[in-house]
Write a protein that binds this ligand. Structure first.
Ligand code: MRU
Length: 349
């Protein structure tokens, strides 16, 4: 698996996900402005890894600060990085954690403590996604009970929630990677995921690199695929899960969930508990990022696909209501509805 983020000892290296699948290149990030820009431009993307990246951005922003102003500086840098993208709560979760740990430390120790916390987050993120994979694989195995064990499980996913969104393993694809290690077989259908094509560019790329059978389809083909009885389940990631279980994820996820319900196909969400936001009551309270019209009118900067000056609707995320979500796979286990109490319990355990 490719490293999504690396700490060199003096800078951060990010896999430039805007270049996939054509080029596998890393960009070096040396200060908080470069990190803000990398998150905003989706050089690094996906909820868990933008949290870890922002944390390192905070360290880069304080590493030259004087001790007498370091806590004030940490607070300013965290606030600044928090403005890079609004929807994935992992970003503010990670920055709060960094601010808290730095705020508690003696001024002389802030830099050391903050860097230590960043490195801890790197380690934890990989372990967390591995645990999501273990719980998810066990759940997927149970879909096979009584069925034909020789046939692969056919799974549809939307956007990219694989190893590129985390330090390792990913979220929605983690059960597939771990399941394969355990002898399960899969065929993954990857929605291309307009307008930025994270499904066809990144999900298909990483699955191909890992020898997992994958078929790409345009977003408007999912209904046809389901109608042909091709799918065993849908698994997607999440950018924020509200207290009632409503799930914000990449634009188009809601449509997939509605289709899955129509065709009686189980719809699952995989996410670390850091994506659960009990302070946000319902999906209606989740801030949704709207992005540049050019992403739609000139897809991937390649070809003009709409007339100049046309009005464009380009939300980057939508919200799937909790009642459409069959289960939420976390590092602590599989959470089933009703979500309000179950999510609270999972965060306090
Ligand atoms: O705009 P992106 O590419 O950052 O959106 C990413 C997604 O919507 C993923 O599905 C989401 O972050 C879940 S992966 C943990």
């Amino acid at each position: 698996m490719l490293d999504t983020i690396r700490w060199t000892g003096s800078a951060v290296e990010l896999l430039d996900q805007t270049q996939l699948p054509v080029r596998t290149v890393y960009v070096t990030i040396s200060d908080q402005r470069q990190m803000h820009d990398a998150i905003r431009r989706l050089v690094v993307r996906g909820a868990p890894v933008i949290g870890v990246s922002a944390a390192f951005g905070a360290y880069l922003g304080i590493r030259n600060a004087a001790n007498d102003s370091i806590k004030q500086r940490l607070s300013e840098v965290c606030d600044y990085l928090g403005t890079s993208r609004p929807t994935a709560v992992n970003l503010s979760w990670a920055l709060k954690r960094i601010k808290d740990v730095g705020g508690r430390a003696d001024a002389r120790d802030v830099k050391r403590v903050v860097l230590g916390e960043c490195l801890k987050m790197l380690e934890e993120d990989a372990q967390c996604c591995r645990a999501i994979g273990e719980h998810g694989a066990a759940m997927l195995r149970s879909l096979r009970r009584g069925g034909d064990n020789d046939e692969p499980l056919n799974v549809l996913t939307h956007c990219n929630a694989g190893s590129c969104v985390a330090v390792r393993w990913g979220t929605a694809l983690a059960p597939i990677y771990v399941g394969i290690e355990q002898g399960l077989r899969f065929h993954v259908y990857a929605d291309e995921t307009r307008p930025l094509m994270q499904g066809s560019r990144i999900t298909a790329y990483e699955l191909q690199q890992n020898d997992v059978p994958v078929t790409v389809l345009c977003d408007n083909m999912a209904a046809s695929l389901m109608d042909r009885g091709k799918l065993d389940c849908v698994i997607v990631g999440a950018d924020r899960i509200a207290a009632n279980g409503d799930v914000a994820n990449k634009i188009g996820t809601l449509g997939v969930a509605i289709l899955a319900r129509h065709f009686h196909i189980p719809f699952f969400v995989a996410a670390p508990t850091s994506t659960i936001d009990l302070a946000t009551a319902t999906g209606a309270d989740i801030p949704i990022e709207h992005r540049d019209a050019k992403e739609v009118t000139c897809p991937l900067g390649a070809v003009q696909a709409a007339p100049d000056g046309v009005d464009v609707f380009n939300p980057a995320f939508d919200v799937t209501p909790a009642q459409m979500v069959g289960a939420i796979i976390t590092e602590k286990g599989v959470i089933r509805p009703p979500y309000l109490e179950a999510l609270k319990r999972s965060l306090s355990s």
